[in-house]
Design a binder for this molecule. Structure first.
Ligand SMILES: Cc1ncc(COP(=O)(O)O)c(C=O)c1O
Length: 356
């Protein structure tokens, strides 16, 4: 095939590096911040029932899911767009709002899909360094120019687990001019315990140019189902509904997500486990003398100060798959997802052996 067929923007793209999936029995995966309890049981039942209707196309607006979200979050249904994972919503944002040459501001050392989206649509990337392993909102605001179109903020940040507070977001939003779209990715928002975590929907209610992203992949245990959603004022959502593919969320996805929202027992168990898992791992990491960052999420960043790739291989040989953060720009750090108590114990045992 001639190379000339490919758009130049695509040639600069590096392949996405996912967390490794276990190939041997007994190996545990603590690499992709998935729910260690598996999918919500209510979602599984609902998906099984829905599978009997798979000859029929899904509802293109995911109406039942939008209505359910609308009730829970107390915003009109036309403030929501559902997608095949929140990464689908990111792509729809790019397709709807990004002109070639528009500037896209992204933090360095964060989730890589924002960069991918900017590259696909010919955006001009503007990177801002993290400060103390957290998003530098004043630095990001200072990087805004007349050409800025989209700013991606991750809260909590992946992979450092840090958050920015409501005061910090408020000060930032004051500096963002009209016509600049702020995308706040709250993929891990449900795990936050800090009472100063912002209610970003406040800015949706104020009809600012903001899109909040959430997902069913983490808290709800449905990463394999691929359902996420965006929340924004209806004028921002309507054109996105036009540029998305009509049937972007499957029947199974819609049915599973609606049921998962109602599975209170599963969600409570998930949060309790995460909270206890954090404390347990902090105390074990302290005993091991590890340099880690306190997290507001379901994963912990560990600064190893030695090759993450080598460490990853040794840990995998010991039955635990972690995420080396080389592709995030931290070649000497790893991220571990908080597991079940048994998985956390296995992780600690493996760490003890490998760190010796
Ligand atoms: C910060 C962040 N946003 C979004 C996603 C993707 O979520 P989804 O599975 O909904 O596409 C992830 C997944 O790892 C993530 O870490």
């Amino acid at each position: 095939m001639s190379d000339d067929l490919v758009r130049p923007e695509i040639k600069g793209i590096k392949e996405y590096v996912p967390g490794k999936t276990p190939v041997k029995p007994g190996v545990i995966k603590l690499a992709s911040n998935e729910n260690p309890f598996g999918p919500s049981p209510k979602a599984i039942e609902s998906i099984a029932r829905e599978s009997l209707k798979l000859q029929i196309y899904p509802d293109q607006l995911s109406s039942l899911l939008r209505d359910a979200l609308s009730k829970i979050l107390d915003l009109p249904a036309d403030n929501f767009i559902c997608g095949n994972g929140s990464d689908d919503i990111m792509q729809i944002i790019g397709a709807t709002y990004l002109n070639p040459g528009d500037e896209v501001i992204i933090s360095k050392n964060t989730f890589s899909l924002y960069e991918l989206i900017a590259r696909i649509f010919g955006g001009k990337l503007v990177f801002v360094d993290l400060r103390d392993f957290a998003l530098d909102l004043p630095g990001i605001a200072a990087a805004i120019t007349t050409k800025t179109k989209i700013i991606f903020l991750t809260n909590p940040n992946n992979p450092t687990g840090s958050i920015f507070t409501s005061d910090q977001l408020e000060a930032f939003m004051k500096k963002v001019p009209d016509g600049v779209l702020v995308v706040v990715d709250e993929a891990y928002g449900e795990f936050v315990e800090d009472k100063y975590y912002p209610v970003s929907l406040k800015y949706v209610r104020e009809e600012r140019d903001i899109i909040v992203l959430r997902t069913f992949s983490k808290y709800y245990g449905l990463a394999g189902l691929r359902v996420g959603y965006g929340i924004a004022r209806k004028e921002l959502i309507a054109p996105m509904l036009l540029s998305k593919m009509p049937f972007n969320v499957s029947r199974l996805g819609q049915a599973g997500a609606v049921a998962a929202l109602e599975d209170k027992a599963f969600l409570e168990k998930t949060l309790k486990n995460n909270s206890e898992g954090r404390k347990y791992l902090y105390s074990e990491f302290d005993k091991l003398g590890l340099d880690y960052k306190k997290t507001e999420s379901n994963f912990i960043f560990i600064n190893l100060k030695k090759s993450a790739d080598e460490f990853f291989l040794k840990m995998m040989a010991d039955g635990v798959i972690l995420r080396p953060l080389t592709s995030f720009g931290f070649p000497e750090a790893v991220r571990i997802s908080i597991g079940t108590p048994e998985q956390n114990k296995k992780l600690v045992e493996a760490l003890k052996k490998v760190l010796k």
